[in-house]
Design a protein around this ligand. Sequence first.
Ligand code: UDP
Length: 219
Amino acid sequence: MSKKLYGIYGASGLGKQVMPLAREQLGLTSQTTDYELVFIDDNPPQSEVNGNKVLTWEQFLRESASEKKVAISIANSKIREKISEKISREGVLPWSIQDSNVCVMDDVVVGVGSILSSFVLLASNIRVGNYFQANHYSHVAHDCVIGDYVTFGPGVRCNGNVHIEDHAYIGTGAMIRQGTPDNPIIIGKGAVVGMGAVVLNDVPAGVTVVGNPARPLEK
Ligand code: UDP
């Protein structure tokens, strides 16, 4: 039987941070050593990055393998969505990557294709959609609901009872105030929370907020 083939889609900034986690995860969970771990990139920066081969998507598809799985390590959520649709059309399985030091508490459900980087914390009673990316040291407290293709930069502090809708982007070190079960804080679809922002109120869909307290960015 031929080898298993695992791909990290995106051979740039985030991909380089995800590759070592993928390597460790495979070492811990795979029953066999007969697998290959590669980058996939539509504009390969080099033929190899940090010792891993970089294939184009077409090359990846042409490789013969008994199983193919792909993790998408690109921060731009719209690109992530497009690539996830392409992967699914070709029958390639989405792959989730999680550092062994990630802390996941009780009753947490996370969708497919997530990337949980080092020291991420998901507290209890949380629902997360597909293709969530949580960069290093980002925290999600109890009773949060997170949609599809949501992205957290490093060190995000999301307190309890916050709802974050699809495609929202929360920048490095931002903090979101705790809501209540009856009145959660809502970060709308496609909203952007700037680096270090302190969010005290709902953020409407598509709006970018910055600062402390966070306010809409004036164009
Ligand atoms: N990329 C790709 N297909 C796309 C869009 C982007 O393969 O449709 C690759 C792009 O060539 C680059 C990487 O994804 O190598 C994105 O890297 P970037 O540094 O822009 O973002 P990050 O790694 O921080 O998400």
